[in-house]
Structure formats: structure tokens, C-alpha cells
Write a protein that binds this ligand. Sequence first.
Ligand SMILES: [Ca+2]
Length: 73
Amino acid sequence: MTPEDGIGQSDVDAAYEEGAASVDITSDNDAAYDEGVASVMVGDANGDGALDVLDMVMFIEQIVDGGTSKRKR
Ligand SMILES: [Ca+2]
């Protein structure tokens, strides 16, 4: 079948792929997620980029201290 306007399925497919790629918001999700996490990672007390029991220990120590070790006065 020859389309009257000269646009075949391959053209439509190519245009679709191009359009899909231009609006693909999932391709950089990991990077965006990591960036977001890094910006709000207030729980990462020891700054190693991970939230784990070591951070809890640091928080507990700060609580036991009354938080004085974190204040600069
Ligand atoms: Ca940590």
C-alpha cells in the first residue's frame, strides 16, 4: 500500500520514536532521584550518602548529649 501523502508507516514510526524520546521523563529518573535525595538527605548524619544504623547511632548520641555537640556557641 502506497499512502497518498507519501508518508509511510516507517515515517510514522520514526516520528513516534522521536516524539517519545523528546518527552521521555524516565530516562534520567535515577539521576534526578539521586539529586533530590542528596538535597534532602537530612538523615545522613555522617555524610556517607546512605541512611543506616550508623546514622541512627549518631542521632542517638546527639539526643543523649542534648544536641549540644552540634551547636556552635
Ligand atoms: Ca550515613
